[in-house]
Design a protein around this ligand. Structure first.
Ligand SMILES: Cc1cc2nc3c(=O)[nH]c(=O)nc-3n(C[C@H](O)[C@H](O)[C@H](O)COP(=O)(O)O)c2cc1C
Length: 205
């Protein structure tokens, strides 16, 4: 069982990165998977999608092939997404443009975790649920996490965390990750069934 964690903030040293690293550690220490892959867009955004991807451009292949292989080997994903001006960051939406016909994300369960320094975080939940799955065929769990006041939780130094908030999020995160594991186990069967064909219907309706 391998779970990929995508950090959707393309700010270096982002709070989303902090949360993503915490989640990776939680997955491993709670024995929920054998391997993880953390891909942080922070300071490392992908170039903006352009049409040469569809023509097999060599430069694009050099960038995308290692990422594609990592994604293909994942059974499930955690998408950590900050709220920026009430939206998901452009770099994360750009990331989703890359993975369509190759099936890297197709019929794989994913937990959305949104991040806000204040009381935001619900807009990117709605945005991802509405607009990132159609062609990638990623399958979001009905459960999600909204990490509000993120400065007060998931800090490396526990003394910086607000104890009651940290306890609440630890419990809720453990619940969501356990659910993600069960979905990931079950969805293997869907992919193995051979019923899902990206060749027949490359684009969703
Ligand atoms: C360009 C930009 C726009 C932002 N807009 C919002 C917003 O609309 N709502 C909100 O709750 N926080 C907003 N924030 C603050 C983020 O919640 C904060 O930066 C938080 O740490 C998550 O982003 P990060 O993962 O990039 O650090 C914004 C931050 C940036 C950089």
């Amino acid at each position: 069982m391998k779970i990929g964690i995508i950090c959707g903030s393309h700010r270096s040293n982002s709070q989303s990165g902090k949360v993503a690293r915490y989640i990776e550690n939680a997955l491993l220490t709670q024995g929920l998977c054998d391997a993880t892959w953390l891909y942080d867009l922070g300071g490392n955004p992908l170039p903006l999608w352009d049409e040469s991807i569809w023509e097999g451009d060599e430069q694009w292949q050099q960038i995308l092939t290692p990422l594609s292989e990592q994604l293909k080997s994942c059974d499930g994903l955690v998408v950590v997404c900050p709220e920026w001006h009430g939206m998901a960051p452009a770099g994360l939406k750009n990331f989703f443009l890359m993975w369509t016909a190759g099936g890297e994300l197709a019929h794989k369960p994913a937990l959305i975790v949104t991040v806000s320094t204040a009381d935001g975080g619900s807009f990117p939940i709605a945005e991802l649920r509405m607009s990132s799955y159609k062609n990638s065929r990623i399958c979001y769990l009905p459960e999600h996490l909204i990490i509000r006041n993120v400065d007060t939780v998931f800090n490396e130094d526990p003394a910086q965390n607000k104890p009651d908030a940290q306890e609440y999020f630890d419990d809720r995160l453990a619940y969501c990750l356990a659910m993600l594991k069960e979905y990931a186990l079950a969805f293997r069967q869907i992919r193995a069934s051979g019923k899902a064909s990206l060749e027949t219907y490359t684009s969703g309706m």
